[in-house]
Design a protein around this ligand. Structure first.
Ligand code: SF4
Ligand code: ZN
Length: 713
């Protein structure tokens, strides 16, 4: 069987060669040899070729040379089968890139086509914390109702689906939600576009894994072990599909098909079979999960609509809304409070208000005060905000329910569809009680949810809640790195970036933005052997740079010995490492004697001549890169932000969007530092995108960084 596959793959490859050579000659004639073949949103050239061969092809001429080379050369170190697959993948990547050149300006928006780096970084945390336990490539042709049922099952299991072929188009036509938020991504209509998905998965080895481009064996091994992916192929299997399958097999991605085919096993690649037949569509997903040995626990509250992260991103628009609460329209708040155990009746859900049912049935708007009382032997007052912050996710994960904001600026909508499905007010309580119990099971023994809907009562209780928020903020503001004995680590990203350790302190949250010190502390209580562990500070070595003996020891041990020492507050000397999912990058701008900060969503140029994606490609994988560092947004306005280099006064450039988002916090910090005019002196893209323009601006406004001691010593 394998020999037959090799034969088919080689045939496909040969005819691709001919096609590409023709296409290429024509392109060169049309556009010239130096025409750039840059793909959108990636730092890795043509990624598969760059990652596996360490060759960055940037123009048509280089492409031609590479083509000649692989035609003649054999790929060393690999078996006959692996060689055939890898050659096919290279050629298909080239072929697709030439196609992108053709359709670059008029691509069909609904198909995602080439998948960029940014979205992979954005999904980083979900991929490591189990919110996306696996990805599935669906390829081929199948009846629509069967397709919808399979995709629904995958969604409920939180598996991210990529659709390729006629099913992709059919799914779009069905009108169901699409996109990464909805966990369903239609990639393209041609079968070879499946290579975009393989291409994307392999990029994890560099984005998170810190592998060295060209280290073929190690990279293939990384992908085989760490990328939980499988593939479902429906309908007839032609030669092209066989070639695609060989590419998947190379990375130990198994294929389940509805066609009758003999099982394929290759012990050298994977311990499980690579090709399995399953004609029962209600079993195919379960079989794939078993095959890959995935343990997927689905916590779902007893409510009459679907539930899970795949529904989190869905919006409820005004015209689809049945009823809404808060959002400046009515009084509202949400408040989690710790109570004595004997004052909490576990599982109690109560809606309190006159004729509330009748009022709810009328729809429109209603006041709503949500009080969640929790009790538990291991519960601490400090965990109240940690639990409270999850209300947002818990409510949003219900299909047809929508939540934004927090505390007394929250806003909730219930869609008409959800109402028709039977959602009532109590269900908000049921969702919260069930999910808080599930997610915080080791610290919360009892939960009750009280929902108040009478305006006066909500107003009075809101005052009490506001008092509590205030006390909480005061306490959190006082919480400094000096005051605590322990920091926490986060090792979650090690499943992709095995050498990366996040050290989380009260004044330095995790670089992905998902973990504050309190979150990490709570998560340690919930799962003492999980990804967050206490790190005892040990002796202070340097308070300005933020160096402690205990932190050094911990990081050395958990980075596999690769990192000797880290300075928690320094960018230039032994900075913290980065995995791949940082919200922002801080980078030194030597000419300006300062630093610039760029956030993940910003796709424009920066004054150091690199876009976010290029910069991001330089710093991942758990290595220290003095002068460059991934950080969480909230760290920027911490008093400990690059304290070793002088702090926020060093900031000379930020994208406007980030700057505005941080305006209040930046102004507050600047005032504390006695440089209250700093905000106006920070440049953004509307002022300059290059270093000359930056220096000119900084000189004109007399930016304080220009007068500081040199940032590079
Ligand atoms: Fe990954 Fe650090 Fe975020 Fe943990 S805190 S999920 S290690 S980036
Ligand atoms: Zn990460």
């Amino acid at each position: 069987m394998i020999d037959e596959i090799i034969k088919i793959v080689n045939e496909v490859t040969e005819s691709l060669f001919i096609q590409i050579e023709e296409k290429l000659e024509q392109k060169i004639k049309e556009l010239g040899e130096n025409y750039s073949i840059e793909l959108p949103d990636t730092a890795y050239g043509l990624p598969l070729i760059y990652i596996l061969e360490a060759e960055k092809l940037t123009n048509l001429l280089e492409l031609k040379a590479f083509l000649r080379k692989i035609k003649e050369e054999n790929v060393e170190e690999l078996s006959k089968f692996e060689t055939a697959s890898i050659k096919y993948l290279y050629l298909e990547e080239i072929n697709l890139s030439l196609e992108i050149l053709r359709v670059r300006n008029n691509s069909d928006k609904l198909f995602y086509g080439f998948l960029g780096d940014t979205i992979q970084r954005t999904l980083g945390v979900q991929l490591v914390d189990g919110r996306i336990p696996a990805v599935c490539l669906l390829l081929g042709c199948i009846e629509r109702d069967k397709l919808l049922a399979i995709v629904k099952e995958l969604k409920e299991k939180r598996i991210l689906s990529f659709l390729v072929g006629p099913i992709a188009e059919d799914f779009i036509r069905s009108g169901e939600a699409i996109g990464f938020d909805a966990y369903v991504v239609p990639v393209g209509i041609n079968p070879e576009e499946a290579v975009y998905v393989i291409d994307w998965a392999v990029r994890a080895s560099l984005i998170f894994g810190g592998q060295t481009p060209g280290d073929k064996k190690a990279i293939i091994d990384y992908v085989r072990k760490r990328i939980n992916a499988f593939c479902l192929v429906f309908g007839e299997i032609g030669k092209k599909e066989v070639a695609i399958a060989s590419g998947a097999f190379l990375f130990a991605i198994p294929i389940l098909t509805d066609q009758k085919l003999p099982e394929i096993k290759q012990e050298a690649i994977a311990s499980y079979p690579l090709l399995v037949s399953e004609s029962d569509y209600t079993r195919i997903v379960k079989k794939a999960i078993e095959l890959r040995g995935l343990k997927i626990i689905v916590e779902k509250p007893p409510i009459p609509v679907s539930y899970g992260p795949a529904f989190e991103g869905e919006r409820v628009r005004k015209e689809d809304t049945f009823i809404e609460f808060g959002g400046q329209r009515t009084i509202s708040f949400e408040w989690v409070r710790m109570e004595e155990a004997d004052r909490v009746e576990d599982g109690k859900i109560e809606v309190i208000g006159k004729d509330w049912r009748v009022r709810y049935e009328q729809g429109g708007q209603m006041p709503l005060g949500i009080i969640v009382n929790v009790a538990g032997k291991k519960m601490q007052k400090d965990f109240e905000p940690v639990i409270e912050r999850q209300i947002h996710t818990f409510i949003n994960e219900a299909e047809g329910l929508w939540h934004i904001g927090q505390r007394d600026i929250n806003w909730i909508r219930i869609s008409k569809k959800a109402k028709d499905a039977g959602i009532s007010l109590e269900h908000i309580g049921i969702i919260l009680a069930t999910m808080i119990k599930a997610k915080f099971r080791l610290i919360v023994d009892k939960v009750e949810v009280l929902l108040y809907v009478d305006e006066n009562e909500v107003r009075d209780l809101r005052e009490q809640a506001r008092e509590a928020y205030k006390l909480r903020d005061q306490r959190l503001e006082k919480l400094s790195d000096e005051e605590v004995d322990e920091f926490y680590s986060c090792l979650l990203c090690q499943s992709f970036a095995p050498r990366h350790v996040c050290v989380i302190t009260p004044q330095r949250p995790g670089l992905c933005g998902a973990f504050t010190w309190l979150d990490a502390k709570a998560s340690y209580e919930i799962e003492p052997t999980g990804g967050n562990q206490p790190v005892s500070k040990g002796e202070v070595i340097d308070t300005v740079c933020g160096r402690w003996s205990g932190v050094d020891e911990y990081v050395k041990k958990h980075s596999g010995g690769g990192i000797e020492s880290i300075n928690l507050y320094s960018l230039m000397e032994n900075p913290m490492t980065s995995c791949g999912c940082f919200e922002c990058i801080v980078a030194v701008v030597p000419e300006a004697n300062g630093v610039m900060i760029v956030n993940r969503g910003y796709s424009g140029m920066t004054p150091i001549g690199m876009k976010f994606s290029t910069l991001a490609g330089m710093i991942g994988g758990g290595v220290q890169c003095p002068g460059f560092m991934g950080v969480g947004i909230n760290y920027i306005t911490s008093p400990k932000f690059i304290k070793a280099e002088g702090g926020i006064v060093r900031i000379v450039w930020m994208p406007k969007e980030l700057k505005e988002r941080l305006k209040n916090a930046l102004n507050k910090r600047a005032q504390e530092e006695g440089i209250s005019e700093l905000y106006e002196k920070i440049a953004d893209e509307t002022i300059c995108e290059d270093v000359e323009g930056l220096i000119e601006f900084l000189t004109r406004v007399d930016h304080p960084a220009l007068q500081m001691e040199p940032i590079i010593k």
